[in-house]
Design a protein around this ligand. Structure first.
Ligand code: ZN
Length: 101
């Protein structure tokens, strides 16, 4: 983006970074709904916080926000979870077999 940096007034360093937080544990990973965005200036290496944004930055921000599509927030099962489900099924199968014979 070609806006002025509120800190060093350079017009070349400003850069938006959009990122999505992902919760992850052993069994599944799930992307958070909200996207966090940071505005950084590569010229003065400052993070420009929203309080310091001017109208132009705000406009660019809203434009980019529309383009940034969040990842699906559906839970994605990991292999370990599938393995446990499979083991469960085997165990139940075995139990049925064992108790019915
Ligand atoms: Zn700057």
């Amino acid at each position: 983006m070609n806006n002025n940096c509120p800190e060093c007034f350079s017009t070349e360093g400003l850069r938006f970074t959009f990122s999505q937080v992902e919760i992850e544990n052993k069994f599944y990973s799930k992307a958070q709904k909200e996207i966090t965005e940071t505005l950084e200036c590569e010229t003065c290496n400052q993070i420009i916080y929203p309080v310091n944004w001017n109208e132009d930055i705000e406009r660019v921000y809203n434009y980019h926000k529309k383009l940034a599509k969040p990842k699906s927030t559906a839970v994605q099962l990991k292999p370990l979870a599938y393995l446990l489900i499979l083991l469960d099924a085997l165990l139940i199968g075995w139990a049925i077999y064992y108790f019915s014979s």
